[in-house]
Ligand binder design. Structure first.
Ligand SMILES: Nc1nc2c(ncn2[C@@H]2O[C@H](COP(=O)(O)OP(=O)(O)OP(=O)(O)O)[C@@H](O)[C@H]2O)c(=O)[nH]1
Length: 354
């Protein structure tokens, strides 16, 4: 028989934990962005339960892959979120849908522990996170004290309860982010769409005027794209667009933003960069594409692009639409000059296939 005081203490203890769960849930339930979700969740659990190390592993594929780009850009979250292979998660969880406690042989789960914690933690609680019954992540709490999450403890009920609450909130936040992603991105390339371009340019143009800071836009257009589509098919055309978009992101990364404007036309915008600086970036993209044809089935498809730019300081446009117009006109001038002077590598290649 339990002593009555012991029972009362247990009830109080459970009430206290339920209150803490409620507070954590209240903080994270209405968050709309995944970076804020991870940051708030991990800090709240650390604070309420005095856990020194808390982080989340998320699966690096659908349905969460759209989160990778934004979460990886957040330096504050480097030790709080890891993108992990599904296989690595399954190897650790086996088929269990319950929390696993480990305080020996932690090296078996190195992949799911942030590298900065690997030499510090001695015990870890790993709880599965699910969306619609599918494993999509792990919620991990760890301590340097090897007795804190003791593998011999059989009762993980409270940790499981917490993981269920977190899973529900994660499902909400990822659904909101997915909607936001779909509304702002081009579905083929994942680049920001034209509506986002207009919003960004409107904002940056005002900033450029008030801060006397340059702002440059560059149009990029794939040469002979219609012929690629007609000769090698629409799927090949799609791959060409994705290939260009990837390169664009790589070269523009950190200096500005890249957008898909329409069809085979892209734009990148560089706040604070001069016309000459931005054209150097366009030239680098052009050189890369020229020397690295796209492998499509048994073909190496040559890709060439044309470009044209404009900037606030060198062109003094009265508004952002005019800035775009100047860049667009320069692109077409460039394209027409090249068309007359050099039959492109692309046409020669396509003619051989016909
Ligand atoms: N595969 C694919 N084709 C697309 C997509 N969007 C637009 N297109 C096609 O892109 C082609 C663009 O044609 P044009 O603007 O004449 O491009 P081009 O052949 O490069 O001509 P120039 O710009 O003068 O060099 C059209 O045939 C569209 O049907 C897409 O998402 N995927």
């Amino acid at each position: 028989m339990h002593d009555i005081n012991e029972l009362i203490d247990n009830v109080r203890h459970n009430e206290e934990i339920a209150r803490k769960f409620f507070e954590i849930e209240r903080c994270i339930l209405s968050i709309g962005r995944c970076d804020q979700f991870v940051s708030t969740l991990t800090k709240e659990v650390q604070k309420h339960f005095n856990v020194p190390y808390v982080w989340v592993n998320l699966i690096n594929e659908a349905p969460l892959s759209h989160l990778i780009e934004s979460l990886e850009k957040m330096p504050d979250l480097r030790d709080r979120v890891l993108f992990t292979r599904r296989r690595a998660m399954i190897d650790i969880m086996k088929s269990s849908n319950k929390t696993i406690l480990l305080n020996t042989n932690l090296s078996q789960c190195w992949e799911i522990i942030p590298s900065v914690y690997r030499d510090i933690v001695s015990s870890v609680a790993i709880s599965p996170l699910t969306i619609d019954g599918e494993l999509v992540g792990l919620f991990c709490q760890a301590d340097a004290d090897s007795t804190r999450y003791d593998a011999d403890t059989k009762d993980t009920f409270l940790l499981d309860q917490l993981a269920i609450k977190i899973s529900i909130c994660l499902s909400n936040v990822t659904a909101r982010e997915k909607l936001e992603y779909l509304a702002t991105r081009d579905p083929l390339t994942g680049l920001l769409n034209r509506r986002q371009l207009e919003l960004m340019l409107d904002r940056e143009f005002q900033r450029s005027k008030t801060q006397h800071r340059d702002l440059t836009v560059v149009f990029i257009d794939c040469d002979a794209f219609k012929s690629i589509n007609d000769t090698l098919g629409h799927n090949c055309g799609d791959e060409v667009l994705e290939y260009i978009a990837k390169r664009l992101l790589k070269y523009v990364h950190k200096q500005g933003l890249a957008f898909r404007f329409a069809g085979d036309e892209f734009i990148f915008v560089m706040p604070g960069k001069s016309y000459e600086q931005a054209l150097l970036v366009a030239e680098s993209i052009q050189e890369y594409l020229q020397s690295n044809p796209l492998r499509y089935k048994s073909n190496l498809v040559p890709i060439t692009i044309s470009y044209g730019g404009a900037s606030v300081i060198s062109d003094a446009p009265s508004n952002y639409k005019y800035l775009l117009k100047i860049a667009d006109e320069r692109l077409y001038k460039y394209k027409n000059n090249r068309k007359r002077s050099v039959p492109t590598k692309v046409f020669k290649f396509l003619n051989k296939l016909r």
